[in-house]
Design a protein around this ligand. Structure first.
Ligand SMILES: Cc1cc2nc3c(=O)[nH]c(=O)nc-3n(C[C@H](O)[C@H](O)[C@H](O)COP(=O)(O)OP(=O)(O)OC[C@H]3O[C@@H](n4cnc5c(N)ncnc54)[C@H](O)[C@@H]3O)c2cc1C
Length: 301
């Protein structure tokens, strides 16, 4: 959203071992680090956070496994994906900072199907797994075969899919840090995957303000039984709130579940508008919307 303040410490590890070292170093000093992926689902409060943020920006690698045992190491042989190279193994290994658009692109070039459902979804693999990113055509966890995580005590290990319980917009990993994942895709052809990706992207662009500054959908869709079948965006629209502003923050006139920064919004504007929309939707429809975006509070001044 391009709003929010600063952190006292920003750590930018460059490989999985550095990520674990950064995490453990912070914990040993009494900090519980916040993990920053692409920031595509975050509203960060204005002010200073006197803690540690670990950014996954430099952990971008994605490669094909060379054997049955996943090798996440930075020195894995043949580590970079060679898109033109044919292979019968439809899996990819990616570190948490690989961007979802780059994974969509890589899978398309390799003729591997699965990532089309994430066409137009910004952010990193780790954030996508933590949030269970997806939409009407599927979710990221449909592709996860195994996820490598760091536990709160600093140990790093692999969790097979069968031991995980992802839910709607929640990967179910709690406090764990996602280091990377083995992703199982479905063999297809580049042209088929490209056509589907394009179709989903066009569909998304028609209904969502994807090129504007936002944090994606602000609210989770409520249980249809409670909301008369209405999505969160529809409830906001029915409450007449599309186009409502606070400072330079505005409820998207295109999609009621997006709040946009028109250029100079502050986190205070955005958070105030979220509260206002929630309260008005509740009073008009009786539905209490649950916030989907993650809010990082600053420390009191
Ligand atoms: C224009 C737009 C369109 C969007 N469309 C969709 C959509 O269609 N479907 C959808 O699901 N989402 C959508 N989103 C939201 C966003 O893209 C997803 O939630 C995405 O998964 C966020 O990833 P990120 O890396 O940016 O996470 P961040 O915003 O950086 O972080 C989100 C949460 O994940 C945690 N996290 C990040 N990395 C890790 C890690 N390595 N380990 C553990 N926790 C971690 C953070 O601490 C935070 O709690 C959209 C956003 C925008 C701006």
């Amino acid at each position: 959203m391009r709003v929010g303040g600063r952190a006292l410490w920003l750590l930018e590890p460059a490989d999985p071992n550095e990520l674990r070292a950064a995490y453990s170093a912070a914990r040993e000093r009494g900090f519980v680090p916040r993990i920053l992926g692409g920031g595509a689902n975050l509203v960060i409060e204005d002010g200073l956070y006197r803690g540690v943020v670990i950014a996954t920006d430099r952990l971008k690698r994605c490669f094909r496994p060379l054997g049955p045992v996943p090798d996440f190491s930075p020195h894995a042989a043949g580590a970079q994906v060679a898109p033109a190279e044919p292979s019968s193994d439809p899996r990819l290994i990616a570190w948490c900072g690989a961007t979802m658009p780059s994974l969509v692109q890589t899978a398309t070039a390799l003729g591997l199907s699965g990532f089309e459902c994430l066409a137009g979804v910004p952010g990193h693999l780790g954030g996508g797994i933590a949030m269970n990113a997806g939409g009407r055509h599927g979710e990221i966890w449909n592709m996860v075969e195994l996820v490598r995580v760091i536990e709160p005590d600093g140990t790093m290990h692999d969790l097979p899919r069968a031991e995980c319980t992802p839910r709607y917009r929640n990967g179910g990993l709690g406090e764990r840090v996602v280091v990377g994942a083995v992703l199982r895709l479905v063999p297809s052809t580049p042209s088929e995957v490209r056509d589907r990706t394009r179709e989903y992207l066009l569909e998304k662009r028609r209904v969502q303000p994807v090129t504007e500054w936002s944090a994606g959908c602000v609210f989770k869709n409520p249980d249809p039984a409670r909301s008369n079948g209405c999505s969160a965006g529809k409830l906001v629209e029915l409450a007449g709130l599309k186009g409502r502003t606070r400072g330079d923050a505005i409820v998207s006139p295109l999609h009621g579940n997006f709040i946009l920064n028109r250029g100079a919004a502050t986190a205070t504007d955005v958070l105030g508008l979220i509260d206002e929309v929630r309260a008005e939707v509740a009073s008009r429809s009786g539905v209490e919307l649950e916030v989907e975006v993650k809010i990082w509070r600053a420390d009191p001044a």
